[in-house]
Design a protein around this ligand. Sequence first.
Ligand code: AMP
Length: 390
Amino acid sequence: MKKIEELNLDGKKVIIRVDYNVPLDENGEIVDDNRIVESLKTIKYCLERNCKLILLSHLGKVKTEDDLKKKSLKVVSERLSELLGMNVKFIPKTRGKEIEDAISNMNEKDIIMLENTRFEDLDGKKESGNDPELGKYWASLGDVFINDAFGTCHRSHASNVGIASNMEEKALGFLIQKEVDNLQLVIDNPKKPFVVILGGAKISDKIETIKNLSLKADYILVGGAMAYTFLKAKGMNVGKSLIDEESLDFAKEMLEKTDKIILPIDSIVSKDMVIDNYEVKETLDSDDIGLDIGPKTIKLFESYIEKSKTLFWNGPMGYYEKEIYQTGTKELCDFISKQDIISVVGGGDTASCVINMGYKDKFTHVSTGGGASLELLEGKELPGISCMGR
Ligand code: AMP
């Protein structure tokens, strides 16, 4: 597999698959621009080599006509323009003459961004289904392909695998390289003790990761709603807490197989997720909903983190969308930030929490890819990486 430094980029038309799948608020404003910021290194490297840049990305899932209004990349192109201090020409199309004309009129160091690649999904899932014609068409727009969208590397789509299979000159960008290096640091040879923190809601998505990490980690600290599935599997009363019913058997099996799993000993509970009325409990009643880890659990988890040399964290410790249930996640963030350890955060919700709370620079690495980082940790080969050659 070629490195970006090995490509001859001078003056070339370079297609970069970036990951601008950024969270938007209800007004369509960008909530967290980390993925845009992280893409700058590859973009600037190409600009220094006088390239003409054609940027492609998806933004969310596109299933209805309404999504075409809500999931346009225009707002992203404006933020990228601000960050680079130069114009990024946005073309509200995914194929056709407007794009082709714009490309033939490009000067060196010009940047154009096409519309959300998943707009192609509305008519027969052409992007997500890796339609061969679409990948070929996008590849025809440039001379070189750089894949720098780590967040979609676990998917085989037209805008990564499709383009790569139609392009001779290609390489991974700096962002993916950094992701792979840091995640491999954790999984291949972690300095011991190696502590994993898992949270969030669903276990079913993470079964293989949990299995793989349980072989490598010394301790797995489980918080978030995920913990209630494990506690229920242990026969404890979890009241009305969110559990992942279909993973109860897996949770039981894991608890029988290993004593590495450390569960909460107290919770912040409420009778209602909407009302801001909560208390700390060690034993839940049948109408309680566990919404965050309690203070004793925070201390317990910190005692393991303190002993660790390598740490991997995926999943918030509570229902963090509501500020009053962010305490567990925030306190652990703060504690980890003061340790002299290798600390890697899987993408998704946890990365957003860490970044929004202002701790990004305190971690060794904060991944931009949720599903992709978990699949890499499962030991799987990611199609978006293997398509770039050997
Ligand atoms: P996941 O997509 O599985 O990583 O889960 C992330 C989601 O889990 C976030 O939306 C959190 O609000 C949610 N979550 C974490 N802990 C809890 C909890 N105790 N009760 C309800 N939702 C939770």
